[in-house]
Write a protein that binds this ligand. Structure first.
Ligand SMILES: NC(=O)CC[C@H](N)C(=O)O
Length: 263
């Protein structure tokens, strides 16, 4: 059976992701219900407006299922609002905050580059893209009221960063309790990362004609599908425990402990 890429279709640029998947001949399905996550091999969480998307995801009780999906180890790619969804911590949120799926060990700022009017396009250097898919080491980055990644944990691989545009409003990072808030003062900021099964970009590759990012996530999905044993590493811990118990029960009569004569 062909590998299937799910695209979370609550709000935002899911149509554009579906079109991009069609362009490279991949099978995409729109996902709106928790049970649909069971039938897909990888997931794209598109850009849009993360607060609205979170409200819709809450309304449809999708958060637990999305977290479980990320935990299975199947490939997940978040673009823009999708990156915010996947981050463990988001700053610059609307009053009251918003629920996150989490899994990606980083802190994002929701509107790092400013308002809709400060949206921009730039040429980004992404060496990993050229390594995996060939072609130029740069790709076009479309940033629409885009977030950026302020800090990453040690397991997170940085795939691309970009210069912080002059005139961007100053950004304060709210630290944990008892720690001083600090103003973001670096001259570059992270815009693409990977951690295990999670890929996240602050920009929108699906809006460009460069399909390498989409193709790369598709290859990833297919490889996982073709090597089904890889999935066992990604089973939910409870399932692993249950399987482990069954396997132990099955092999116990043949194990050396069972064969040892009783004294
Ligand atoms: N293009 C986008 O997905 C923008 C995301 C937006 N900054 C948010 O808060 O959700």
């Amino acid at each position: 059976m062909a590998a299937v890429v799910g695209v979370l279709a609550l709000q935002g640029s899911y149509n554009e992701h579906m079109a991009a998947l069609r362009r490279i001949g991949a099978k995409g399905v729109e996902v709106r219900k928790a049970e649909q996550l069971l039938g897909i091999d990888s997931l794209i969480i598109p850009g849009g407006e993360s607060t609205t998307m979170a409200k819709l995801a809450n309304f449809h009780n999708l958060f637990p299922a999305l977290r479980e999906f990320v935990g299975t180890g199947k490939p997940v790619w978040g673009t823009c609002a999708g990156l915010i969804f996947l981050a463990n911590k988001a700053v610059g949120q609307k009053t009251g905050g918003q629920e996150l799926v989490g899994g990606l060990d980083c802190t994002v700022h929701r509107n790092f580059f400013g308002s809709q009017l400060q949206s921009f396009e730039t040429e980004l250097s992404v060496p990993m893209l050229a390594e995996k898919e060939g072609g130029s080491h740069t790709c076009r980055g479309v940033f629409i009221r885009a977030p950026a990644i302020l800090e990453v944990g040690q397991d997170v691989e940085v795939l691309a960063d970009c210069p912080v545009p002059a005139g961007r409003p100053s950004i304060t990072i709210t630290s944990g309790e008892g720690l001083e808030d600090q103003v973001y003062s670096k001259d570059r900021v992270i815009v693409a990362v990977r951690q295990g099964n999670i890929l996240a970009t602050a920009f929108h590759p699906e809006l460009t004609s460069d399909s390498r990012c989409i193709a790369s996530s598709w290859t990833w999905t297919k490889n996982l599908k073709q090597r089904p044993w890889l999935r066992y590493r990604y089973l939910h811990p409870q399932t692993m425990q249950m399987l482990g118990r069954r396997i132990r029960l099955l092999i116990y009569p043949f194990s050396s402990r069972a064969r040892k004569p009783e004294i």
